[in-house]
Ligand binder design. Sequence first.
Ligand code: UDP
Length: 373
Amino acid sequence: MRYDYLIVGAGLYGAVFAREMTDMGKHVLVIDKRDHIGGNVYTEDTYGIHVHKYGAHIFHTDNQRVWEYVNRFAVFNGFINSPVANYKGEIYPLPFNMYTFNKMWGVTTSEEAAAKISEQRKEAGIIEPKNLEEQAISLVGSDIFEKLIKGYTEKQWGRNCKDLPAFIIKRLPVRFTFDNNYFNALYQGIPKGGYTKLVENLLDGIEVRLNTDYLDNKAELDALAQKVVYTGPIDAYFGYKLGTLEYRSVRFETEVLDIPNFQGNAVVNHTDRETPFTRIIEHKWFEFGKDDLGRDIPKTVVSKEYSYEWKQGDEPYYPINDEKNQDLYLKYKKLAEGEGNVIFGGRLGEYKYYDMDAVIEAALDVCSKELKK
Ligand code: UDP
């Protein structure tokens, strides 16, 4: 066998695993069925703007080890994500903070805002929130739920807010201070030169074969390595034999506009139910003029995001971690544990709504365990 590890998928999990093992003297081969590396963090240059081809990614972490790790492979630009919500032409700052509460209710102090929320929670009769709707109302009240959460969430997930797990809405901070930073994280930014550059640096000197589908050529590829690291969908690995896990997929409508500034912000969420897309990304603002590509490009690239139910053959994006899917995932996980020489990792391999920092941490942890064996 020529390799110690065959790594299936050149996204963040695969690239970090490949880097670590290579640095420890192991021989690895990375394959990907796409014609590029980077997985869904892949960025592509259009008129000097790094376009996030598979959706916007903003790196943020509290984990010092992960932050130091990624800084070995990229310079981060200090971008702070401050999306705004557009509800039928009314603009609200996100995440939910004193600016949002002031715009919604005219309140100016945290006591007034907290009182408003508590009054609306009581009116809704919520004591112990059991689903996303109840969790949202109990965190921010019913006005914000109706205008900024309900429509967006139902478009994004194609499900009623009562049928979705509460944890999804807990991704968003709720603050009683004037602070539009979308993340509660010590470190945040976008790699200068785009994410593709970061992954290129991770994979520096490592053999990568693109346009190579693992499941279509499994026997032949398995014969090349002692062990496999599989970052594709776990149910696809097993031929969907226990059923398919559900995902939301996303279609991007990307346009180049001959104007320097379309919406004045990287992310604008359209939170009403009627607008068919969830958000518009204006990619140049991720660079925030700190990159040498700057603000003065006379063009801009914008992507509208349309969320839809995944079916076989589509790109899987968001795992739907409700009870039904979670139960099915655990059955696949059991099968996976029986595959002695295969490590399942990453968003698709673990069917998990993973942030980038957590993916990197998981890959580093699994590498350490492997090396101790
Ligand atoms: N969300 C919302 N309104 C918004 C933004 C987010 O209701 O304006 C909810 C929605 O359910 C979404 C979840 O919060 O799926 C998590 O949002 P996040 O921005 O973390 O999603 P991602 O960027 O991963 O798509």
